[in-house]
Design a protein around this ligand. Structure first.
Ligand code: MN
Length: 409
């Protein structure tokens, strides 16, 4: 429970969705087009309608939030940048925190169960990193048992690849088992068919708001000017397709069939109290990757398989920080667009029950876990959940990510 009751919204004070959280999403009611909503307690606030009431108020200046929030994605709001995001947050805390606004605001709260949630933003580009040294070491040992677990570049740069933006889906979207070329080590040639090693990757996704021009780069210190917030992210992975195709150019069809994100984007400002020092980097990174501490995030994840917790990955254990990912992503002059999404890579801690993929939990399929399971079966449902310290002294929740496996077509 949070220490301070800060909102008049029924049941929200002290909940994981108090006014120190306020994640953004896109919702619709039956027969109406999608628009931006903000979650408070178990309600969604129709922020465009409420903001329109205040258009004539001098204190809100020239910021026309009502029109950007009336749109079917967060992209226009994301493009406004840090000063607008901060002003919006200040306004929301006032509207939801001060009883004087209750009468005109309360009619625009809807139970979250009564609305449909949509993909919160149109994903521009999608990049996935590989920032957990525990995950990279585990995967190295499983895929290359006779070689060095970490490749020579790993401690010098955040390794990443470009994923497929168009197949990022919102929580709740069914995940079709992909088909493709698979070859077991004991087979001489590949066969075509449904993946036999379908897996998850528990990750955090970072949502870029403020764009940059081609040729410019984003210094680690400018991270918060460009990144609006975070989502939980499940990077569904077909390990058999991946293992056969990934040399020498990296992941391709083994990951591009679906990536699930939360319906809610948690603003960076809600994670101020979650900032924590990195576990330590050796050797010291090159200058463009240097960060001021605390550069990490203390976010506690849970992975559930069919309702049972099978892992608790700690984001605080990540080797590379979010600001380092963004600095590296742009150091060659690659520009950013509003709606760019970059993810951390699988989050794994030191302990066996902190591993963020079934590949690691089952050690390449050799060690069944959770009711004799190795990889995903049709009908399985995976849920990612997470909480973090909130600025009011309690814990805030990130929006969960749920996906159920549908049989291959
Ligand atoms: Mn991944």
């Amino acid at each position: 429970m949070n220490a301070v009751a800060t909102t008049w919204v029924s049941g929200a004070a002290g909940s994981p969705y108090d006014v120190d959280n306020l994640p953004y999403g896109v919702f619709s009611r039956e027969g109406q087009p999608p628009r931006v909503g903000v979650r408070i307690g178990d309600f969604v606030l129709d922020v465009a309608t409420v903001a329109a009431y205040g258009r004539d108020r001098a204190s809100e200046g020239d910021l026309d939030l009502a029109s950007v929030w009336a749109q079917p994605t967060l992209n226009a709001f994301l493009a406004l940048g840090r000063p607008a995001w901060d002003a919006a947050r200040t306004w929301l805390v006032e509207v939801l925190g001060n009883e004087v606004h209750r009468a005109r605001t309360e009619p625009h709260l809807m139970p979250v169960d009564a609305v449909t949630m949509h993909l919160p933003f149109e994903v521009a580009d999608y990049v996935d990193f590989y920032c957990s040294i525990q995950h990279a070491t585990n995967v190295g040992r499983i895929f290359r048992p006779d070689g060095d677990a970490l490749l020579p570049n790993w401690r010098h740069l955040p390794v990443g690849y470009h994923g497929r933006a168009g197949t990022v889906v919102v929580s709740g979207t069914p995940v079709l088992r992909p088909s493709g070329q698979r070859k077991r080590p004991d087979e001489v040639a590949p066969t075509y068919g449904p993946s036999r090693r379908l897996d998850i990757e528990a990750e955090l996704g970072f949502v870029v708001g403020a764009p940059t021009a081609l040729g410019s780069s984003v210094a680690t210190g400018a991270f918060a000017e460009h990144v609006f917030g975070v989502t939980l992210l499940n990077d569904w992975s077909a390990r058999d397709i991946q293992a056969w195709e990934y040399v020498p150019l990296g992941p391709f069809l083994g990951k591009s069939f679906a990536t699930s994100i939360s319906a809610w984007v948690t603003p960076l400002a809600a994670l101020d109290a979650a900032r924590t020092p990195l576990p330590g980097q050796d050797p010291a990174p090159l200058d463009y990757l240097r960060v001021e501490e605390p550069a990490g995030l203390d976010i506690a994840l849970e992975v559930l398989l069919n309702g049972e917790v099978v892992s608790r990955p700690p984001y605080a254990a990540m080797y590379w920080s979010p600001a380092q990912m963004l600095a590296h992503l742009t150091v060659n002059g690659a520009s950013l667009r509003s709606g760019d999404l970059f993810a951390s890579g699988t989050i794994s801690g030191d302990e066996r029950d902190q591993r963020g993929s079934f590949l690691e939990l089952s050690w390449g399929g050799a060690e069944p876990f959770a009711a004799a399971r190795t990889f995903l079966e049709d009908g399985d449902e995976v849920t990612l959940r997470a909480t973090a310290p909130g600025t009011a002294g309690g814990r805030i929740a990130l929006g969960e990510v749920i996906g159920r496996i549908a049989p291959a077509r």
